[in-house]
Design a protein around this ligand. Structure first.
Ligand code: ACM
Length: 558
């Protein structure tokens, strides 16, 4: 009798557990997810793909089938059966289905799983791709690996998921200039972005400290501009690490990375930062500057901060250089946006440079309480590049400085100096991308206890971007309701002044990238830091380990 009571006592919790299936750990958490009773067997599942999906989607589905076959040890074939829609409607389906459904919003997906069938519906590539990411997150972590796993149970929970992103622009900036990162490392960053449904890589490719993209018309940009003699140690201007640093991406490498990103649902937006942050170009072609060219006044910068050496935009030949460069860069990146930078351009040189002053006179630019004539000279550069890039089918994005003075309609403003630039730009009718340094700068320390962290850009505790701080960022704050539609999305920025290795890059990125993904993807009411941390602990951090990423264990999980 005692034994029976004990057996029953053990059974009751098991039954109640079975009645209330565990919620799968998915980051970013789906907008709507209802878990029902039962599960769907994935091992050896037949996969059916709507014949009307595009070739890219079919390829992604095939890759997923190959992955399932590999890890489960049972083959999953992909078929495109005729009469698929009818079979689904009549409920006679068995297996995993990918169905094109134009009623599903862009990048969204619906996932309906019962014991016999798992049906994915989406209207575009990213929707299907993200459904696959979600399915992978519901399976054992070994689904991401490269070996067969016979120990795990290959089931999906029966559920109804309806998911779509809050924001269309879910970005990450990667600075490959302050330190150069290999194609392999860039791809590793793209991989982890795609797992968490980020869809834009803002690739910072030109800087004072290094020019990183091959330009046929100006070969010295990479012969000279891609390398600096040494790098200072920390902030000591008199120090040197004694190591020449540099590198650049050939056009073939850029094409390869762009195609790689496309398959992951990521559009790469190049940044050619102008008219400041151009010392590497000036070192390559001194005639582009205000300082004359004899003797060589420029050197690829070996230290950080803002340089007063900027382009001489009073010269038509400099503007031609910018157009030529942007022409070649635009041809490599098929997306609709091109980032022209525009941040931190001191106007000291322009105030005395004869070419710049002549240009100011010619254009009739004046100083008033709103902006100086030199600020307006930068407006002229922005407007010219905007016009030029429009001929290449591109819209411009620029840092919030491009708003100082006049800005032509159609530009998008990236708000980095806090949130005020974005608020002001949206009030003037511009689209904005929110990347406020106080929440979204991933080069800032991850803890207020600075002693416990590697050296980083902000050595003030109040400037730390801790995970709860980033997770708690609400992009609508201080935006009047009428302007909120101008917020295209949110971006995290990984500047690399003090980040010189892949390990440190990943340490600063992960797992803050996941917190960023919930800011970008989730409606505010679906965010829950405790649930997020549980997901990190039980699923995401073990996954990062399995995939060979370095990461920081959040304080709460130590
Ligand atoms: C910036 O951080 N200078 C855009």
């Amino acid at each position: 009798m005692k034994k029976i009571v004990l057996a029953l006592a053990l059974l009751v919790p098991a039954l109640s557990w079975a009645a209330r299936p565990a919620t799968p750990e998915i980051v970013p958490v789906p907008q709507k997810m209802e878990i029902t009773k039962g599960s769907f067997k994935v091992k050896g599942v037949g996969i059916n793909c709507d014949p009307t999906v595009d070739a890219r989607t079919l390829k992604a589905v095939r890759q997923f089938a190959d992955r399932l076959s590999l890890v489960t040890g049972r083959t999953s074939d992909v078929a495109s059966p005729i009469g698929l829609a009818k079979a689904v409607e009549s409920g006679t389906v068995r297996g995993l289905y990918f169905i094109k459904d134009p009623s599903v919003v862009s990048e969204g997906y619906k996932l309906s799983i019962d014991k016999k069938a798992a049906i994915v519906r989406a209207s575009d590539y990213n929707g299907f791709f993200y459904a696959i990411q979600t399915i992978k997150q519901m399976l054992p972590v070994s689904v991401y690996g490269s070996v067969q796993d016979t120990k795990s149970k290959w089931f999906l929970p029966c559920c109804e998921i309806e998911d779509a992103p809050r924001f269309g622009y879910r970005g990450l900036l990667l600075d490959c200039c302050r330190h150069f990162f290999s194609v392999e490392e860039v791809k590793k960053v793209l991989d982890v972005m795609s797992m968490y449904k980020l869809n834009r890589l803002h690739w910072h490719l030109t800087e004072d400290q290094g020019w990183r993209i091959e330009i046929d018309k100006y070969p010295k940009l990479t012969e000279i501009g891609a390398f600096r003699d040494y790098t200072i140690i920390k902030r000591d201007l008199n120090s040197s690490d004694g190591t020449r640093h540099g590198g650049f991406y050939t056009k073939d490498q850029i094409r390869d990375v762009v195609a790689y990103a496309q398959a992951l649902g990521i559009t790469i937006i190049p940044e050619v930062d102008m008219p400041g942050h151009m010392v590497a170009a000036l070192a390559s072609y001194p005639e582009l500057g205000c300082a004359g060219s004899e003797p060589q006044p420029y050197k690829v910068r070996t230290y950080w901060g803002v340089s007063k050496q900027v382009l001489n935009v009073g010269k038509e030949s400099t503007m031609k250089f910018l157009e030529d460069v942007c022409d070649e860069v635009a041809d490599l990146f098929p997306g609709e946006y091109f980032n022209i930078g525009g941040d931190e351009c001191p106007k000291d040189e322009w105030k005395t440079d004869p070419d710049c002053q002549a240009k100011i006179k010619e254009l009739g630019l004046v100083s008033d309480e709103k902006a100086s004539a030199e600020d307006r000279l930068q407006n002229y550069v922005t407007a010219r590049m905007q016009k030029f890039l429009a001929t290449k089918g591109k819209k411009i994005i620029g840092w919030d400085e491009i708003l100082e003075g006049e800005l032509a309609p159609g530009a998008t403003v990236m708000s980095w100096r806090g949130t005020k630039g974005g608020i002001k730009a949206a009030a003037q009718g511009f689209d904005v991308i929110m990347s406020p340094n106080i929440y979204c700068y991933l080069d800032h320390c991850q803890s207020t206890d600075l002693e416990s962290e590697p050296y980083c850009i902000t050595m003030k505790p109040e400037r730390a971007v801790t995970m709860p701080k980033l997770y708690g960022y609400e992009p609508y704050t201080d935006f009047p309701e009428s302007d909120r539609h101008h917020i295209l999305g949110v971006q995290g920025n990984l500047w690399t002044e003090f980040i010189g290795t892949n390990e440190y890059l990943e340490y600063m990125l992960l797992p803050r990238l996941m917190a960023l993904s919930e800011v970008q993807w989730c409606q505010p009411e679906n965010k829950d830091y405790d649930r997020f941390l549980r997901s990190l602990e039980s699923k995401e951090l073990p996954l990062l380990k399995l995939l060979g990423y370095n990461f920081r264990t959040p304080d709460e999980l130590r």
